[in-house]
Design a protein around this ligand. Structure first.
Ligand code: SF4
Length: 255
C-alpha cells in the first residue's frame, strides 16, 4: 500500500538542459533538503559513500544530467579527494553507466521516492543520504535550518511536524518557507517532484497561491500522507523499484 505510484522521474524531460555549472546554485534554490545535504557533503568531502551516491546520482539523473555529464560531475569531484582518475575510471565509471542503463541488464534506474528514502536504508555514521526530516537528530536539523536562514517560527513548525512523524509535510513546509509561498499547492512525494515544482515556481510557470492565514493548514492539505513510523515494516522492501535495484550493487560499488 505504500508503493510509490507517482510519475516516473527516470523519464528525463530535461535531459541535457542543465549545465554542471548550475548545480551549486540549484542545490540552494531548488533541491529538497535531502539532496542539498548530499550536494554539500560531496563538495566538502569530495566523496560520498554508497548510499549517498545512489540517492544523489539517481536524483541528478532525474533532473536531467546526461550520462556524459554525470561521469564528468562525479569524476571532477572525486579526483579532488582521495580517488585518482584511474581509480575512478575503473571503480566508479562502470557503475554510473550502469545506472543509466548502459551496462549489465540495461535497466534504466529510477530516482528514489520520498517513501523509499524515508523507509529504507537508514544512514549510518559518515553517511549523508536519507531524509533529514526523518533521519537527522532534531537539534542538528534545527541547526541546519538556522544555517539555511529558515525563520525561527518556521523552524518550530517544521520540528512539530517532524515530532508527529509527518516528514513529507515538514519538507513541504521547508519548501514554502524557502520559496516564500503560503501554500505549496501540491502533495510532496518525490525529491524530483520538489525540484520540478520549485523550478516551475521560480520561472513563473506556476501561479503563486498566497493564503493570508494558513495556520494548521499543512495537516489538512495532504490527508493522503500518513505519518510514518520507523518501526513499521519497510514499505518498499518488495517494490518494483527494489527489484530493479537487484544487480545494481555495482552502481558506485566502491565505498
Ligand atoms: Fe527528500 Fe522527500 Fe525527505 Fe523532502 S521529504 S527531504 S524530498 S526524502
Amino acid at each position: 500500500s505504500h508503493s510509490y505510484v507517482g510519475p516516473d522521474y527516470s523519464v528525463q524531460k530535461n535531459t541535457g538542459k542543465i549545465s554542471l555549472e548550475q548545480i551549486d546554485a540549484l542545490s540552494v534554490k531548488s533541491f529538497p533538503l535531502c539532496m542539498r545535504q548530499l550536494h554539500r557533503a560531496l563538495r566538502d568531502n569530495h566523496h560520498l559513500r554508497h548510499g549517498g551516491r545512489m540517492q544523489y546520482g539517481l536524483f541528478l539523473k532525474g533532473i536531467g544530467l546526461t550520462l556524459e555529464q554525470a561521469l564528468e560531475f562525479w569524476k571532477k569531484e572525486f579526483i579532488r579527494g582521495k580517488v585518482d582518475a584511474d581509480k575512478f575510471d575503473k571503480g566508479y565509471a562502470y557503475s554510473i553507466r550502469h545506472s543509466y542503463g548502459k551496462e549489465g541488464k540495461r535497466t534504466d534506474y529510477t530516482p528514489y521516492s520520498c517513501m523509499k528514502i524515508i523507509m529504507s536504508n537508514p544512514p549510518s555514521q559518515g553517511d549523508y543520504h536519507g531524509c533529514p526530516f526523518r533521519h537527522s537528530d532534531p537539534d542538528l536539523l534545527k541547526q541546519k535550518l538556522q544555517a539555511y536562514k529558515v525563520p525561527s517560527s518556521g523552524i518550530t513548525q517544521i520540528l512539530e511536524l517532524v515530532k508527529g512523524m509527518h516528514y513529507q509535510l515538514a519538507c513541504q513546509k521547508y519548501f514554502e518557507l524557502t520559496h516564500g509561498v503560503d501554500d505549496i499547492g501540491f502533495s510532496l512525494n518525490h525529491p524530483n517532484q520538489y525540484f520540478t515544482e520549485s523550478q516551475k515556481l521560480l520561472s513563473g510557470g506556476r501561479e503563486l497561491k498566497k493564503e493570508p492565514n494558513n495556520s494548521g493548514s499543512s495537516q489538512q492539505k495532504s490527508n493522503s500522507q500518513e505519518s510514518m513510523n520507523s518501526n513499521s515494516t519497510p514499505a518498499s522492501s518488495n517494490t518494483t523499484a527494489d527489484a530493479e535495484l537487484e544487480g545494481l550493487e555495482g552502481y558506485f560499488n566502491e565505498d
